[in-house]
Write a protein that binds this ligand. Structure first.
Ligand code: NAP
Length: 514
């Protein structure tokens, strides 16, 4: 039985390199890698060796004869990816009989450095992109790495962003623990750039500095009433339920009947699912005890996830929609929500499967317990308040699909949805770092393949990786190839003599163990 990639796929592509027959796509060097919602195993090419199972850091790959009920949609989803003659596996067929080893098995060589001295690299941040960068650097036997993490626990969004009930995805922290065990890696916890160490000091003490600070805040919705009590961001809510120290003191009033979430990306779905899930099921997870108690006394009956585009433009991915649909919570759609899109059904199998599942949800009988309503074609116009100045709803402009030009257009009609809490979930945003250039439009540090650049060209020895490099998109594993690219540029600069060594021996002390 061929193996199957399931919901937790983090797209770090370790499976791609482990696979001896090139049956997992898209690969990091294929054009659709960055936009793909997951990786897929070609059932016609898979030789059932299981190498990918061992390589996957989140346990997302299972043998086809051991599919659990929650994953029963995935054999077809994997196969459908290869039903189109234009898919990479068909374009680059590999003879399974050859069994070419794709995994990088070359013996690691030292990284070239000025005078052949040991190479020292500092990384700021300890989230997924930082850990993958450290892993890539430590493949070279003469490189040592110091990670500076401002919090007292490492691994950033892997710890504080992944939903507590996504147990498989959270397993990636075991991989990061493994990387952290390397003697040539120090993780300095409670070490904040600008407070405990300066950029100048890091540059002086290392051949190179990689900034991997992520996207530290959320995009703000600029509509009237956005500052009302009761309006918060999904980022804050996620930080709160995951026990992030910056958000541990937040309070969310869950005493009203309805919560509205604006935006329908995967973060919005995570938040909606946590609000709708029976707290008893969350109790054994890592959810913060404060959040668990608040959810236990929650009076919320409906969570509306409102998006400005139609069902065919939903930002959530198919695996996350499947997790919601098959995860035991009630999911509904507004009547007629799918009518306008049926005529223009997509040819892309993932988009088609998403619409098919939405249609299935629309036809399901209503269950008991809190429900999640997926609302489409709604653009937030303003937040409403009662006489006491407390939030009591959101007014949306109603859109329609523009069949001529594609996309959406306003109808001029509005609808007000009553709600006691509104969570804006319209994406993360990078924060400017003193001493580094910043692109305020994209919220990233300007860079060329990871080299930090200004209009005068690259700044020697300064690099970026992760969301602060490419913007807040992709999955945890997307950072593996992203960080590999940054480390490759760093290595090229060392080899070309563009980086000078540390000015003096720096103090390498471990402030605290992780
Ligand atoms: P996202 O996927 O970019 O979704 C943002 C949502 O906000 C979209 O629905 C977008 O609508 C909407 N939006 C943006 N500006 C808006 C505005 N002015 N008014 C109304 N709506 C607006 O962002 P995200 O959910 O924060 O996720 C960030 C990344 O993390 C994504 O790559 C996601 O896949 C990843 N992630 C993955 C998982 C997982 O795999 N389990 C979990 C969490 C996050 P438009 O489409 O109309 O712009």
């Amino acid at each position: 039985m061929p193996h199957v990639v399931t919901q937790a796929c983090c797209a770090d592509a370790s499976c791609v390199y482990a696979c001896p027959v090139n049956c997992i796509h898209p690969t990091p060097d294929e054009p659709d890698f960055l936009t793909s919602e997951m990786l897929y195993i070609d059932p016609a090419t898979c030789v059932d060796c299981g190498a990918c199972v061992s390589a996957c850091p989140v346990g997302a790959i299972v043998p086809g004869n051991r599919i659990e009920p929650a994953h029963e949609r995935y054999p077809a989803i994997n196969a459908d990816h290869y039903s189109d003659a234009a898919t990479p596996a068909v374009r680059f067929p590999v003879d399974p009989g050859l069994r070419l080893p794709l995994a990088p098995i070359s013996k690691p060589k030292p990284m070239a450095s000025p005078g052949g001295e040991p190479v020292r690299v500092a990384i700021v941040g300890s989230g997924p992109s930082a850990m993958y960068a450290a892993d890539e650097l430590l493949r070279y036997p003469n490189v040592s790495v110091t990670i500076h993490e401002r919090l007292d626990k490492p691994f950033g969004l892997a710890r504080y962003g992944v939903a507590p009930d996504h147990l498989s995805t959270r397993k990636v922290m075991a991989l990061f623990d493994e990387i952290a065990r390397d003697d040539r890696l120090d993780i300095l916890l409670g070490s904040e750039l600008g407070r405990d160490i300066t950029l100048d000091e890091l540059q002086r003490d290392n051949h190179a500095v990689i900034y991997a600070g992520g996207a530290g805040t959320d995009r703000r919705l600029q509509v009237p009433g956005a500052d009302l009590p009761g309006v918060a961001s999904a980022t804050e809510f996620v930080g709160w339920y995951n026990g992030h120290p910056d958000f541990a003191d937040r309070r969310f009033d869950l005493s009203s009947r309805r919560v509205v979430i604006i935006g329908n990306g995967n973060v919005a779905l995570d938040v909606a699912r946590i609000l709708a899930t029976d707290p008893q099921r969350l109790a054994p997870t890592s959810i913060s005890r404060t959040a668990l108690e608040a959810l236990r006394s929650s009076k919320v009956e409906e969570i509306v996830v409102a998006a400005r585009r139609g069902p065919d433009g939903a930002a959530f991915t198919l695996p996350e929609l499947i997790g919601l649909a098959d995860g035991g919570v009630d999911v509904t759609l507004d009547p007629g929500a799918l009518d306008a899109v049926n005529a223009t059904a997509p040819t892309d199998p993932t988009a088609a499967a998403k619409l098919q599942l939405l249609a299935e949800l629309a036809g399901r009988p209503r269950r008991t317990g809190p429900s999640i309503r997926l609302a489409f074609l709604r653009s937030p116009e303003r937040f409403e308040c009662d006489a006491a100045g407390m939030l009591d709803g959101v007014t949306f402009g109603i859109n329609r699909l523009d069949s001529q030009r594609g996309g959406i257009e306003p109808t001029g009609q509005v609808e007000t949805v009553a709600a006691g809490v509104v969570l804006t979930s319209i994406g993360y945003r990078g924060v400017e770092v003193p001493g580094l250039p910043f692109d305020p439009v994209r919220g990233v540090i300007p860079n060329k393949q990871g080299r930090v650049v200004t209009s005068a060209g690259p700044i020697p020895g300064l690099y970026v990786t992760g969301w602060i490099k490419r913007g807040p998109s992709g999955f945890i594993g997307t950072n593996k190839s992203d960080s590999a690219e940054t480390v490759t540029r760093l290595r090229e600069d060392l080899e070309a003599g563009r980086l000078v060594g540390p000015a003096k021996k720096s103090r390498r002390k471990r402030l605290s163990a992780h």
